[in-house]
Design a protein around this ligand. Structure first.
Ligand code: K1U
Ligand code: ZN
Length: 191
């Protein structure tokens, strides 16, 4: 009897509960990181599931941002949460984000990338950006960003265009990092 009840519960729950899932983050030198992602044409259940999974993957990593291509999906979808540890979570979704304006003023921030683990370096970018995007309801919104949000938005929009933060570093540094990750990938493949 107990067994039968469990089965009924499971059948009832299945259609409504698409559990969030961790997705694998792709790592340098995976060539997919150089793809230009496609715009989202319609916000479908698949897009909503992708966003949920991206948040779970980003929080688990942990990271403050994630672009869909980092989980192997070449779609123009970005998740960000720059809330500090002692602040409530502030999950933000940016679909088809575009930089509308960028300030002449520049700012230097240390950046990291979940696709280039344990490597950090300073990058100079516009200090303020205005970004136009769609939310999950398909509404067009704009945000004026500065500080970490401006840096993070620019880093994630770069991912949508196949650009990595190491592209802003000297050729010497970029080659050194790329070689290190190439070696690690070869070692992993040989195991
Ligand atoms: O896109 C990514 O690879 C995520 C990346 C975003 C980012 C960080 C810093 C500057 C620009 C863009 C990360 O989240 S790296 C990890 C990280 O910065 C972090 C991890 C835990 C707590 C706080 C920050
Ligand atoms: Zn990154």
């Amino acid at each position: 009897m107990r067994q039968a009840k469990r089965c009924i519960d499971r059948i009832c729950a299945t259609p409504y509960m698409a559990a969030m899932a961790l997705r694998e983050i792709i790592i340098l030198p995976d060539k997919r990181l150089r793809l230009v992602s496609e715009p989202v044409r319609k916000i479908t259940a698949d897009v909503r599931k992708l966003v949920e999974d991206m948040f779970e993957t980003m929080y688990d990593a942990p990271g403050v941002g994630l672009a869909a291509i980092q989980v192997g999906m070449p779609k123009r979808v970005v998740t960000i949460d720059i809330a500090k540890k002692d602040e409530p979570k502030n999950p933000q979704v940016f679909i088809n984000p575009e930089i509308v304006t960028a300030s002449d003023e520049k700012a230097i921030h240390e950046e990291g990338c979940l696709s280039i683990p344990e490597f950090y370096d300073d990058v100079e970018r516009p200090a303020q950006v205005k970004v136009k995007y769609l939310d999950l309801e398909g509404q067009t919104l704009e945000v004026d960003a500065d500080g970490l949000l401006a840096t993070c938005l620019q880093h994630e929009i770069d991912h949508l265009n196949g650009v990595l933060f190491i592209d802003y570093l000297s050729k010497l540094k970029r080659d050194r990092v790329t070689k290190k990750f190439l070696k690690a990938a070869k070692r992993a493949a040989a195991e």
